[in-house]
Design a protein around this ligand. Structure first.
Ligand code: ADP
Length: 604
């Protein structure tokens, strides 16, 4: 029940519409009910019961049924059978018109409601994605997030919203129909109430047994399929060891097992339908018998109303089934909603302290004091000691996995350190306001991350208020001006998903132009030229060099030749600084740097 409320919470912001939907559903049910009642005078006219018998006499003891009966009879007598027939038929059409109008009005609200709720969930997840810390995005989680955004949200879209639709449609119908059954004959209704749980029990049993067999068969089928997969995958061994017979026998056992199960499943399924029919006919027969006796006994129930009773009863079954299906569907939706909550409730880790210090640019130095950092358990950086003065460039080199990217990721606080201190101008990074701190950094990484937008739009990510002249200037610095001008729409050319309409080198120069526009005091180049061919590398490197003038920069490079000129080269291995110096100093030492240079020279 609590969970059901949780599902309802998706639509509670739209209470007004929900109320309207409910109201129209109620009106639909009411107009259906009245239109069914037209069956009574219709039967009276058809079987001419009004003229045959004497007028029903009513006294103070008469119930509302008798009174209604008299009203119908009087009307038929006064108007004549044919005229009355016409009026009743006309009324029926009008009532059905109303019923369908109300039904549409209810759905009209529902269309807005269910889709608005789904839109809200998507928005919530997306907002959360933007807020979650970088550490949340492991490769495994990225997959989960995508599947949740698509599969689970569409599960909610269909299961939850479908069941909400039913939860607001079926109950008014059930309540109204059921109360009219009680009003027509409480004796008969009592009898039905005793009967229904009995038949429900039998039907439920059959359904359960079917479900169980179906589940078993799914499992068996899985085994059959995986046996085939395994054989295909290992066919070399199967043939090489000539064990085909052994595999054949094993497969036959599995396949026959599945076969027998499926035969059982189908027989049960085939049995379910005739059995179901038998049960419902027996139920109806018992009601007919009991109700018929009431009619025959005289004053308890009138024949025409008994037929009306049967009509309403038959109409009651479908909303009842609808409601129980909605509850089952809601269960599935609840599971999906819980999986979505895993994202929505994920720890955001408040990045900012209570009263963060404002960032007044980058003044003096960045300092790593004994910094140790781990993503999980193993430390990826160990006791890093490093001071970088404003305006200085450093190169980070070393074998991959050594922690170079991690080290630079700590600076914009993509991750927070666990031990030691990381200071900017003598203040721990954690004490600054986060967004202004991040805006100090310009990042160009190996995979240029561009968005499906125009050149202009992508540049605006660097600086939203950049003028056209500034953009052109930036493109020039980044050696990107010529190729951009050659594009069909210049700055307004869309560059495709991830910038895929541009070559690798062009993409990289675009990200440099973006960094130029941001005009950050600190630059981070993470393997910015690694993926490029020599020609583009030259253009990109040239652009990077221009950008680096007068700024503090961190250059991570795999190809050591690209950082030879950098005055301070830091060699990282397994999370530790193992060497530091200029290229000449390092090459003069017997150490990792020299070995790496030699290896690369051999390779090229
Ligand atoms: P480099 O840049 O020198 O190649 P990285 O800083 O990328 O090294 O990686 C250092 C170590 O940290 C590697 O062992 C890598 O597997 C691990 N690592 C990197 N990113 C993550 C992450 N998001 N979650 C867990 N481990 C990571």
């Amino acid at each position: 029940m609590k969970k059901l409320l949780q599902i309802l919470s998706y639509v509670t912001p739209y209470r007004g519409r929900l109320a309207l939907n409910f109201l129209f559903n109620l009106l639909t049910a009411a107009s259906s009910l009245i239109s069914f009642s037209a069956i009574v005078p219709f039967l009276k006219i058809l079987f001419d019961s009004t003229s045959k018998k004497e007028a029903t006499v009513i006294d103070d003891d008469s119930g509302w049924l008798d009174r209604l009966n008299v009203i119908f009879e009087q009307y038929i007598r006064e108007e004549g059978a044919q005229q009355a027939l016409l009026v009743f038929c006309g009324t029926m059409v009008v009532l059905f018109l109303l019923r369908n109008l109300f039904r549409y009005l209810a759905l009209h609200q529902m269309a807005y409601l269910r889709n608005a709720a789904v839109r809200d969930i998507r928005n919530k997840i997306y907002q959360k994605l933007l807020r979650l810390p970088m550490g949340y995005y492991t490769e495994e989680r990225k997959g989960h997030i995508l599947s949740r955004m698509t599969n689970e949200v569409s599960e909610i879209e269909w299961s939850v919203m479908g069941s909400i639709e039913a939860l607001f449609r079926e109950p008014p119908m059930i309540i109204l129909y059921f109360s009219s059954l009680v009003a027509i004959s409480w004796q008969l209704t009592l009898f039905v109430l005793v009967l229904l749980p009995l038949t429900g029990l039998i039907v439920g049993r059959i359904g359960k047994s079917l479900k169980k067999t179906a589940k078993e068969s799914q499992k068996e089928l899985g085994e059959v399929v995986s046996a085939v997969e395994e054989t295909v995958g290992g066919i070399r061994i199967v043939k090489g060891f000539t064990v085909e017979d052994r595999f054949w026998n094993r497969f036959q056992v599995l396949n026959n097992g599945y076969f027998r199960l499926m035969v059982r499943l189908f027989r049960k399924q085939y049995l379910a339908s005739p059995l179901g029919e038998l049960i419902s006919v027996s139920t109806i027969a018992m009601i007919l018998w009991f109700g018929g006796n009431l009619v025959l006994e005289g004053r308890l129930l009138n024949g025409e109303f008994f037929i009306l009773y049967i009509v309403i009863f038959s109409q009651l079954l479908s909303p009842a089934r609808g409601l129980s299906e909605a509850l089952v569907r809601a269960q599935r939706g609840i599971a999906a909603s819980e999986r979505i909550d895993e994202i929505l409730l994920a720890d955001e880790r408040v990045l900012e302290i209570e009263q963060p210090k404002p960032v007044k640019g980058f003044q003096n130095s960045l300092e790593f004091k004994n910094v140790t950092f781990s993503y999980l358990d193993e430390p990826v950086l160990k006791n890093i000691q490093l001071t970088i003065q404003k305006g200085e460039s450093i190169a980070l080199v070393g074998p991959s996995g050594g922690g170079k990217s991690t080290l630079v990721d700590l600076l914009p606080r993509f991750y927070d350190i666990q031990e030691g201190q990381l200071l900017m101008d003598g203040v721990p990074l954690g004490e600054y306001e986060v967004f202004p701190l991040r805006s100090l950094f310009g990042i160009v990484s190996q995979k240029s991350i561009l968005f499906n937008d125009t050149i202009r739009g992508n540049l605006q990510i660097g600086n939203e208020n950049a003028t056209e002249a500034e953009m052109i200037e930036a493109l020039k610095v980044a050696n990107a001006y010529d190729f951009v001008m050659a594009l069909p729409d210049g700055l307004d050319t869309n560059i495709g998903e991830g910038g895929n309409k541009l070559s690798g080198g062009q993409q990289q120069r675009m990200s440099i132009a973006r960094a130029v526009l941001k005009d950050p005091p600190i630059l981070i180049f993470d393997e910015a030229t690694s993926a490029l061919d020599t020609e583009s590398e030259r253009l990109v490197q040239d652009a990077l060099n221009k950008l680096m003038v007068g700024r503090t920069s961190f250059v991570i490079a795999h190809r050591l030749s690209t950082v030879q000129h950098v005055k301070r080269i830091i060699v990282l291995e397994k999370g530790e600084v193992v060497q530091e110096g200029t290229h000449d100093e390092l090459i003069a030492q017997e150490g990792l740097y020299k070995r790496l240079v030699e290896l690369q020279e051999l390779g090229s």
